[in-house]
Design a protein around this ligand. Structure first.
Ligand SMILES: Cc1cc2nc3c(=O)[nH]c(=O)nc-3n(C[C@H](O)[C@H](O)[C@H](O)COP(=O)(O)OP(=O)(O)OC[C@H]3O[C@@H](n4cnc5c(N)ncnc54)[C@H](O)[C@@H]3O)c2cc1C
Length: 519
């Protein structure tokens, strides 16, 4: 893997690649380690007939806006995989594939020790971009199913032909369960569906795809005091794991309405409770369950979107709530597998996070990394791509790059700080340390390369706009070339330990970056 990198990103799915893009923009040398042999992340694990359930308008990646057709359309699996491969090429992501990181721990020499299938290395900074949907979950009753019944998680499902003839029971109605139920039914299979409480939602709402509003409300809602789609406003930490609404990208995109599936001939059941002697018992609460599924969107997301549209003064057509549907299935709560002819079970029961390879007390009691906007309590360790990292959109394509920019900015800032500290002595004191920083920039600009051999880094500065809102002109010039020298000659710890730390202290006090700088 060559020279020891300053920064290592583990995982090269969309979260890792967008982080790489921003690190490059901030001039931070880094490498990505990816356990798979090919790029495309978890989208490579989806079934053959999979279509993204987020429309093309949500596929803009930092530095590569989606420009391949109708922004309201949906792309199939292979196009999604190719999108990320093209992106990696475009941004020249420094990826090493086939490198499985098996252990991450604190290095006694400082920084982190990364142990992998290809050997060990040390790094000062590590970002975990290992995915939001890592390990398929299979409920306990699976072990009680008769051996003759074929069992698959949707993670392993590819197409209807893979299942033996006969009826199929699908357990779970998240996005996988809903879409695969439709696919199998359309293929002429007799489908039973044990439903969960994932909310139904309209595919299009007030003139736009629902994902459009989810992204817009997440991004801009807080500017108007609408915070419902932010992590801070979640009523319970359990909701960080709440699945996305029951929507599909197939056939041009549509919402999935469970009672409609029932009317079309799919057998709807409650939650799978137990399996005994080839008989399955489902919860006897189908009417309540369907009502919960149908009301959840109106209770939270719809209110947030409506509030954002009103607060931002957006001219969007009104849309009435769906009419109540009181159709009910007449399935029994107990079903004999043999009598119903069910000889395969598909577990559409979702995924869980797995940070077992991190040998640090990183996760909370839910197995979710403790962090603030992706910055963990271990200096130099960051995380991106988690569900609800900052917003509802954090784990989908259109949102992950926004979080990645913030996390990558922490390293960028550190490098800038180190640079400025080293050069502090060249700056005439202006009376205010804040403006001293700005003066320092001017000084840097005037002096060109500061007497060092040659400029090595071109900084593009999103940092400036965050750091000194309204003062961008003073602080940032996108064309300015600064010299990266501090981090290569002195460690940041050494710099932090030096006497002339007033700029560092001052910048650490700025709320935008206080979490990045741990004095
Ligand atoms: C059924 C389903 C449908 C979905 N549909 C959509 C959709 O339509 N639109 C959308 O935006 N999102 C969708 N998602 C969410 C989607 O999976 C994520 O948007 C996306 O895959 C997350 O990207 P990521 O980079 O965070 O994780 P991943 O794509 O999982 O990438 C993480 C990478 O890290 C690698 N890795 C993990 N551990 C290690 C290790 N220890 N060492 C080295 N490498 C490692 C993995 O191999 C992987 O390539 C869907 C999810 C599911 C489950």
């Amino acid at each position: 893997m060559g020279r020891i990198p300053e920064t290592v990103v583990i995982g090269a799915g969309q979260a890792g690649l967008t982080t790489s893009y921003w690190l490059t923009q901030f001039g931070v040398e880094h490498q990505l380690l990816e356990r798979r042999d090919t790029l495309g992340g978890a989208f490579q694990d989806r079934w053959d007939g999979f279509y993204m359930n987020t429309p093309n308008l949500s596929l803009d990646l930092p530095g590569m806006p989606f420009d391949d057709g109708d922004r309201d359309a949906f792309i199939p699996r292979e196009a999604a995989v190719n999108l990320f491969r093209r992106y990696a090429e475009l941004i020249a992501a420094p990826v090493h594939t086939g490198v499985d990181v098996t252990r991450l721990s604190a290095s006694p020499e400082g920084g982190f020790l990364i142990e992998s299938s290809q050997g060990s290395l040390r790094a000062r900074n590590v970002v975990l971009a290992t995915g939001a949907y890592q390990v398929p979950k299979v409920p306990a009753p699976a072990v009680k199913l008769p051996a003759a019944v074929t069992q698959l998680h949707t993670h392993e499902y590819r197409n209807p032909e893979q299942l033996p003839d006969g009826a199929v029971l699908i357990v779970g109605t998240g996005q996988s369960g809903g879409q695969v139920a439709e696919e199998l039914h359309d293929a002429g299979r007799d489908v039973h569906l044990a439903i969960s409480v994932v909310p139904e939602a309209p595919r299009r709402y007030r003139g736009q795809d629902l994902i459009y509003w989810m992204l817009e409300t997440g991004k801009h809602g807080p500017d108007y005091g609408v915070n419902a789609l932010t992590r801070e406003a979640l009523p319970s930490p359990a909701l960080r794991f709440a699945p996305n609404p029951l929507l599909s990208g197939t056939d041009g995109g549509h919402s999935i309405h469970l009672r409609e599936l029932g009317r079309r001939g799919i057998h709807l059941h409650g939650h799978l409770e137990s399996v005994d002697d080839g008989v399955i018992t489902f919860s006897d609460d189908l009417p309540e369950r369907l009502a919960t599924v149908e009301s959840a969107f109106g209770q939270r997301s719809r209110k947030a979107i409506d509030a954002y549209i009103a607060a931002a003064g957006i001219d969007a057509p009104t849309q009435a709530a769906e009419l109540a549907d009181d159709w009910l299935p007449a399935e029994p709560a107990r079903v004999s597998l043999a009598e119903a002819g069910i000889n395969s079970v598909l577990w559409a029961s979702g995924y869980k996070l797995d940070f077992g390879f991190v040998d640090l007390p990183l996760v909370d009691e839910w197995g979710y990394p403790k962090h603030s906007r992706g910055v963990t309590e271990f200096p130099g360790l960051y995380v991106v791509g988690l569900p609800w990292l900052t917003r509802h959109y954090s784990s989908i394509v259109g949102g992950v790059g926004l979080d990645a920019e913030y996390v990558a900015g922490c390293w960028g800032l550190k490098a800038l700080l180190a640079f400025r500290l080293i050069n502090l002595r060249h700056v005439p004191h202006s009376g205010s340390s804040l403006y001293q920083g700005v003066a320092l920039h001017h000084c840097a600009h005037r002096r060109g390369n500061h007497g060092l051999d040659k400029p090595q880094v071109r900084w593009h500065h999103p940092i400036g706009k965050h750091l000194l809102p309204g003062s961008e002109k003073d602080w940032v010039d996108p064309k300015v070339e600064l010299v990266e020298h501090a981090l290569s000659e002195k460690s940041l710890d050494e710099i932090e330990a030096a006497d002339d730390v007033d700029v560092l202290v001052l910048l650490a006090e700025l709320p935008q970056f206080s979490h990045c700088v741990r004095a």
